[in-house]
Design a protein around this ligand. Sequence first.
Ligand SMILES: Nc1ncnc2c1ncn2[C@@H]1O[C@H](COP(=O)(O)OP(=O)(O)O)[C@@H](O)[C@H]1O
Ligand SMILES: [Mg+2]
Length: 301
Amino acid sequence: MPDNPEPNHDEPSNSRSAILERSAEPDAPARTASRLAVAAGDELEGSGVRFSGVTKRFGDLTVLDQLDMEVAPGEKMVIIGPSGSGKTTILRVLMTLERPEAGTVEVGGEQLYHEERNGQLVKASEKHVRQVRRKISMVFQHFNLFPHMTALDNVSFGPRKVLGLSKDEANERAARLLEVVGLGDKFGEHPARLSGGQKQRVAIARALAMEPEVMLFDEVTSALDPELVGEVLNVLRDLAENTTMTMLLVTHEMGFAREIGDRVVMFDGGRVVEQGPPTQIFGDPQEQRTRDFLRAVLDRE
Ligand SMILES: Nc1ncnc2c1ncn2[C@@H]1O[C@H](COP(=O)(O)OP(=O)(O)O)[C@@H](O)[C@H]1O
Ligand SMILES: [Mg+2]
């Protein structure tokens, strides 16, 4: 698995300065036919995702409580909510890094954890889980790059080992993706010699190299120095605006969420508190918990 991560329960960083100003920056490159979208294989149709009654517990702690949630094909869904509310767990369940105790998860109309046998939903084989999970890629807060591999090898590893591309094909794909995320001169570098923003762009290229139909982003700018956030958000913005991939993004970048989200879901205590278009959630939140959360996040500026 190219993106086999370490468990990661880190709290988000507290530096939230100038959230709105930062993502309102007018310096994003002009969005003509995006090279990134082309390199990412934009003919892929995004898949829908459906959680039905999903419960995830860690010991006595119920982190996801019979969660029902649907994401439309191609939708860019932003998940917000306080630390510890289960946002990462939602993504990790979808990525098959955590197995739910109850409920079903569907990706592109296929059951992720179940198979139908004689008209009955039964627990899926590992082979089935792996095959459905191939539609999904994830980018992590702490990059989770392979430290002993170059940038190029980090990106080409999955296509070779999981998708079965030849070394030349995989390297060609990796080079193309690294070029368009602005790392054309870093193919041979190891992660230790890259900045946080560069590491995260390698991680995005690595996730894209699997040609996913669903991409998961877990606070991918939270571990970055403030001046490096913009270069990563520019890549995400490009993907959001120019690809048909389905995207689930957990973020505290509220200006960015407002800009690229088709829908914002406010999550707390393992449940959806409120959801709607960004204009509604940020402009006219209906729930007190949403108002309190937004005030706390925006006050940190
Ligand atoms: N592997 C784990 N083992 C035990 N507890 C966990 C594990 N992963 C997450 N948790 C707990 O589950 C809760 C939700 O975590 P998480 O999904 O990471 O929240 P968020 O991403 O919203 O901050 C937290 O209380 C966290 O400590
Ligand atoms: Mg988290």
